[in-house]
Design a protein around this ligand. Structure first.
Ligand SMILES: Cc1cc2nc3c(=O)[nH]c(=O)nc-3n(C[C@H](O)[C@H](O)[C@H](O)COP(=O)(O)OP(=O)(O)OC[C@H]3O[C@@H](n4cnc5c(N)ncnc54)[C@H](O)[C@@H]3O)c2cc1C
Length: 431
């Protein structure tokens, strides 16, 4: 199928690929890979940059959307790569199981989310790729290979956050646990100053914690606490929390928007997959008209990071819709921004004005460089490839494995050429 005016979810990037393929079988996919010189897997298009683009053909795995097997004995589920977390969550809960975490939205594909190190929040929760225990891929020569966390440690740890570079992932096996219920309690107006002493207390006070601010003053407008609920136990949230006040109505992270799109709040308990994401599957997540950036920083620098952004408030606030702070546990995945370090993530949902956002990102990046901030692979950043290279100790090994699995560079695109191989490329089709 010819691909015309095809853009990502946010509409800020137009894919330059010539054609879009939607294979229905693994054999069709293998044939495509063998017959093509350049191609790239496409997930649900929720990345904000050119990471999923190619000068050749795009391959959507939207027909690879089956949940294949639930192994109750070993606590794993096997899914096809194009399955979205929303459908998987619903299915797992019905069968009595849960994933450890979800991103803010359930609309993204499992393979696409894992490829960029997508994460939710929670001091003890690694990013979504940390749940992967094995993955099946079609590599550049059309062969099907399986990499497992246990048996192929090195290669697996390079591939789980693989930036779409090693091959086309067709199946993933994920760790699951018994299902659980959760509740969300929100607080309003947390003074930034409270985080100097109480950052750890606050973030350890629930399974998953998010703070939201518009950076208009030194206050976090909202605190979202997502707690596990024990059946039969009653729980009354404190009326105040480090100076913030318990919310008395449902809220959208962007205060001016209706909370209709958001998952249930006000302490009403419900299944994990309807509480861990902020947004409901059947509604538009976030604001829809937006750009996003996010930086992941070693956790010990959290408070200093907030002060640094607070100092830039005059630049940040006019362009911003909302900013979110989350925590993510360390992992061993080579290209994960949380490789061997617990992180705090500071996220920015910008107004849809790329020329202006492009000017502010270097200012933020310069300010956060002292903390070794790493950008989210799937969002917008302006950091140089040299700088990114210096932040990933495993990058040379990752380059080696890309060469091993894809010697002719079929899955390489401008993004990988630039940020992984340090090759100058053009700017891409950003609007
Ligand atoms: C409204 C909104 C909210 C978001 N919230 C969060 C959040 O809470 N946390 C967070 O961390 N991020 C968040 N993101 C970013 C998003 O999770 C990532 O960009 C994610 O990678 C998108 O997944 P996708 O399926 O759309 O993949 P795409 O954007 O389509 O592709 C991303 C990468 O995955 C690769 N890929 C896709 N499928 C395969 C496959 N089968 N085999 C090999 N490679 C593959 C592509 O080649 C590409 O390199 C958000 C984005 C939006 C738009």
């Amino acid at each position: 199928m010819m691909i015309e005016n095809a853009t990502n979810w946010a509409g800020n990037y137009s894919y330059g690929a010539g054609r879009l393929h939607q294979p229905k079988t693994i054999e069709q996919l293998q044939e495509l890979v063998v017959s093509s010189n350049k191609l790239k897997a496409l997930g649900t298009r929720h990345s904000f940059n050119d990471i999923a683009d190619t000068s050749g053909d795009l391959v959507s795995l939207e027909h690879f959307d089956q949940i294949l097997d639930l192994d109750r004995e070993h606590n794993t589920v096997t899914v096809e790569a194009g399955v979205r977390y929303g459908e998987l969550g619903r299915w797992l809960h019905e069968k009595g199981f849960a994933l450890h975490n979800l991103a803010s939205l359930p609309h993204i594909s499992v393979a696409g989310a894992c490829a960029t190190g997508t994460h939710g929040s929670g001091d003890k929760n690694g990013n979504l790729a940390t749940a992967v225990s094995s993955m099946e891929m079609v590599t550049a020569d059309g062969e099907i290979i399986v990499l497992s966390r246990e048996k192929d440690s090195e290669h697996f740890h390079s591939a789980a956050v693989g930036l779409g570079g090693l091959g086309i992932v067709t199946k993933l096996m994920l760790d699951v646990s018994p299902t659980f219920e959760m509740r969300q309690d929100l607080y309003e107006s947390l003074p930034l100053s409270q985080l100097e002493e109480h950052f750890d207390d606050l973030f350890s006070s629930a399974y998953s914690v998010s703070l939201f601010t518009d950076w208009r003053d030194a206050t976090f407008n909202q605190v979202w606490l997502k707690r596990k609920v024990s059946l039969g136990a009653s729980f009354n949230p404190e009326p105040t929390l480090f100076g913030a006040t318990l919310a008395t109505r449902n809220l959208h992270p962007i205060s001016s928007l209706s909370a209709e799109n958001c998952t249930e709040q006000m302490g009403i308990s419900g299944p994990w997959h309807e509480r861990l994401p902020h947004f409901r599957l059947d509604f538009t997540p976030s604001s829809g008209e937006e750009l996003q950036s996010e930086y992941l920083i070693p956790r010990q620098h959290a408070f200093k990071t907030f002060l640094a952004i607070d100092r830039l408030r005059e630049h940040v606030a006019p362009l911003l819709q909302v900013s979110e702070v989350r925590t993510i546990a360390a992992d061993n995945l080579w290209m994960s921004p949380c490789y061997q370090q617990d992180c705090v993530a500071i996220h920015f949902t910008w107004k849809k004005d790329w020329p202006a956002v492009k000017k502010i990102l270097p200012i933020i990046e310069e300010e956060l460089a002292q903390f070794n901030a790493r950008p989210h692979w799937g969002k917008l950043f302006t950091m140089t490839p040299e700088r990114i290279g210096s932040l990933y100790v495993k990058l040379p090994d990752f380059q080696g494995l890309l060469g091993h699995y894809d010697p002719e560079g079929k899955f390489r695109n401008s993004y990988l050429d630039k940020y992984i191989f340090g090759v100058q490329t053009d700017e891409g089709n950003f609007q």
